[in-house]
Design a protein around this ligand. Structure first.
Ligand code: NAD
Ligand code: ZN
Length: 366
């Protein structure tokens, strides 16, 4: 294992594993693939990633794996349950057994769907995450939340099924569009805002280098984000102890924006940037974030180039969408807010008036 490979451990009761972050580690993949039940790989891959697919498959073959590939079209539509059903069919035809290992090669859509398939196929098989977008490397590949969508809502059908290992190949990030990069940074900024002010500042200061795909900076961003995510997942594997819920910062409003635009106009992380801006306004109104901190953090978030908030999103419609969010408990909306940058809290007493004021304050800045 090369010395400049970073490692992040996820310590769990039964299913501990690690994420490895580095450059060119895919080419010598075998050292990261310990304790897997067989050397039979079924690679569910984003079919558009010709280079990454070739590299992964060649590396596995070189390490004496038997490899079969199921290329898929990435994107939210992949998480339609119909597509999972088709993929189960392919796995059956290709004779994937209980000891086979599924590899998820792609962004968050591939990881969520392939993870879901791995958790249900033959009552569950092992899987390895090979995330290729920044969003998937900093966030979605780690934590074991798998999901597909229902027409009534996103990610409503899913399981907890931890991967055996996650391999973050930095070379893959070089082909991402600026938009995809920014989307990943949305989730990374979330970690800064909820846990780590220095990290938030670091991203801010290195913004230009990031947009030039600076590897050193990107590797630090992936590592630091995953350290925070691993910490939250380690103490709350099944998201029922209230520790993992802070990771939803910005997501209630973000999901409303995504849903309002039918998942077409915003990348996930872009919507989360809007969501964090809204949550910061709300934090200030609810006696958290000071005016000074709000202005400092928001002036940076507002400078990030993302699509505009839809002008036809009216408050009543927003309220309906917020209420649909799965964080709704006992009829009450539940928000993750900030006491200050780095200090999250959950608030179940947000009023309709608070929401209206936060929305108006945010719109007044546009
Ligand atoms: N499970 C979780 O904890 C979790 C957390 C956050 C987000 N998510 C999910 O992740 C999904 C969004 O993730 P995403 O944005 O990575 O989605 P994605 O898989 O749709 O990828 C986005 C786009 O990037 C392309 N792409 C992937 N890798 C590339 C590369 N290396 N170079 C160039 N292009 C590349 C894809 O083909 C696609 O067009 C959503 O479905 C969201 O719900 C899950
Ligand atoms: Zn997210």
């Amino acid at each position: 294992m090369s010395s400049n490979v970073l490692k992040v451990n996820v310590s769990l009761k039964n299913n501990s594993y690690s994420a490895f972050i580095g450059k060119s580690l895919i080419k010598k993949i075998q050292p990261y693939l310990k304790n897997l039940p067989s050397k039979n790989a079924f690679v569910i891959s984003d079919r558009s990633l010709t280079v990454a697919r070739k590299q992964l498959i060649q590396a596995l073959k070189k390490a004496n794996w038997k490899v079969k590939e199921i290329p898929v079209r990435a994107g939210e539509n992949l998480k339609d349950f119909k597509n999972s059903y088709l993929i189960y069919g392919k796995l059956l035809s290709l004779e994937a057994h209980r000891d086979s290992v599924i590899f998820a090669l792609g962004g968050g859509s591939v990881g969520d769907a392939a993870g879901f398939i791995a958790s249900t196929y033959l009552r569950g098989v092992a899987w390895v995450g090979v995330p290729t977008t920044l969003l998937a490397q900093v966030d979605s590949a780690l934590g074991g939340k798998t999901a597909v969508n229902h027409f009534q809502g996103k990610n409503l059908i899913g399981t907890f099924h931890q991967p055996k290992v996650v391999i973050c190949e930095l070379n893959f990030l070089n082909t991402l569009s600026q938009r995809e990069l920014v989307s990943g940074l949305g989730e990374a900024l979330k970690y800064g805002l909820i846990y780590d002010k220095n990290f938030f500042e670091y991203i801010k200061e290195n913004w230009q280098s990031i947009l030039k795909y600076d590897e050193k900076v990107l590797s630090k961003i992936v590592q630091r984000s995953l350290l925070w995510k691993a910490k939250a997942v380690s103490v709350d594997e099944y998201d029922n102890k209230g520790k993992r819920e802070f990771l939803n910062f910005g997501h209630t409003f973000g999901h409303a924006v995504e849903s309002f635009t039918h998942y077409r106009d915003f990348q996930h992380g872009e919507a989360i940037i809007w969501g964090m801006r809204f949550a910061m306004e709300l934090s200030h109104l609810r006696g958290g974030l000071s005016h000074k901190e709000l202005v400092a953090a928001d002036s940076f978030l507002s400078s990030i180039p993302i699509p505009k908030l839809p002008a036809n999103l009216k408050f009543d419609k927003l309220l309906k969408l917020l209420s649909k969010d799965k964080k709704m408990r006992q009829g009450k909306l539940h928000f993750v807010l900030l006491k200050k940058v780095g200090y999250p809290f959950s608030d179940s007493n947000v009023t309709r008036q608070n929401l209206l004021d936060a929305f108006e304050n945010l719109k007044a800045k546009l």
